[in-house]
Design a protein around this ligand. Structure first.
Ligand code: KMH
Ligand code: ZN
Length: 276
């Protein structure tokens, strides 16, 4: 398939609504954002939710209501974050899978994360992977550093392919503590991805100012794109991002220039093995 998967990650767990007022934090804001991003060309939404005070939460009731609302209002593939915030316990992160997502993220190792630590022990990774196999949830393997790709190789060889049989990786680049958001680092990852099962696909996102180099490098290397205010709150020097739609529209423009137009949600489902 020659098109581009465009994932929008609209909220994340790190930015503060008081500092970034355009961040969608309520269910209404999230659904409106999702519909508008779908109309522009996004096919997947990577979801973190907030509580009534706009703080990150993994509350089960809110997660379920979010999955339901997004599925009723859009055709997007709903991918819940099992990463949460760096402070979330493993038990709450595993319970994200109970909320009925079609996809969920699954991070392949521990990484320093700014001033915090994003902890992902081997046993926890295996727990997420096998629970997703059992529940028919398609994982997106999140890679913050090169060695996490070798952890993914080990995971697949010991515990088998994910539900649906297709392996999809997302390179999260430029986190302070992870790999740099550069074309050279992306190419190094792409070389290792070649050793994963045939047909493995990857998307990439660059945090902060690495968003543009990573987007261009990913398209050049045959990869897909993730954009959104989880990763980028500055559109250009001195210009805050106005909305997630602004970032999706820019990604769609680059994908079209690369002659790899956005895949529709149904084409994305077919590519990733996500049931309709
Ligand atoms: N918020 C980060 C600590 C994921 O969503 O799976 C983890 C994260 C990765 O965003
Ligand atoms: Zn996330």
């Amino acid at each position: 398939m020659t098109g581009t998967l465009i994932t929008v990650a609209p909220t994340g767990a790190e930015s503060d609504k008081a500092v970034v007022p355009a961040l969608p934090v309520t269910l209404d804001e999230l659904v409106t954002t999702a519909k508008e991003c779908e109309a522009l060309g996004a096919s997947i939404i990577h979801v973190h939710i907030r509580d009534a005070q706009a703080r990150p939460t993994l509350d089960q009731g809110r997660l379920r209501a979010t999955v339901t609302a997004l599925r009723e209002s859009t055709g997007l593939i709903v991918q819940l974050s099992s990463g949460g915030a760096v402070t979330d316990p493993e038990s709450d992160r595993l319970a994200v899978l109970d909320a009925g997502p079609e996809m969920a993220s699954c991070t392949m190792g521990t990484v320093n994360f700014g001033d915090g630590v994003f902890l992902n022990r081997w046993e926890f990774i295996v727990g997420l992977h096998t629970r997703m196999q059992e529940r028919g949830i398609v994982p997106e393997y999140e890679i913050f550093d090169l060695g996490q790709l070798t952890t993914l190789q080990r995971l697949l060889s010991r515990h088998g392919l994910p539900f649906g049989g297709h392996v999809h990786v997302d390179l999260v680049m430029g986190v302070p503590g992870g790999m740099p958001g550069t074309a050279a680092a992306l190419v190094a990852c792409e070389q290792v991805i070649r050793d994963l099962p045939e047909g493995t696909t990857f998307s990439a996102t660059g945090i902060g100012r690495s968003t543009l180099p990573v987007m261009l490098a990913s398209l050049s290397a045959g990869g897909h794109l993730r954009v959104g205010m989880e990763d980028t709150v500055t559109y250009a020097k001195g210009r805050p991002v106005e909305s997630n739609m602004q970032l999706v529209a820019r990604a769609v423009g680059f994908a079209q220039l690369a002659q790899r137009p956005p895949l529709s949600p149904s084409q994305a489902r077919e590519l990733l093995g996500v049931p309709s």
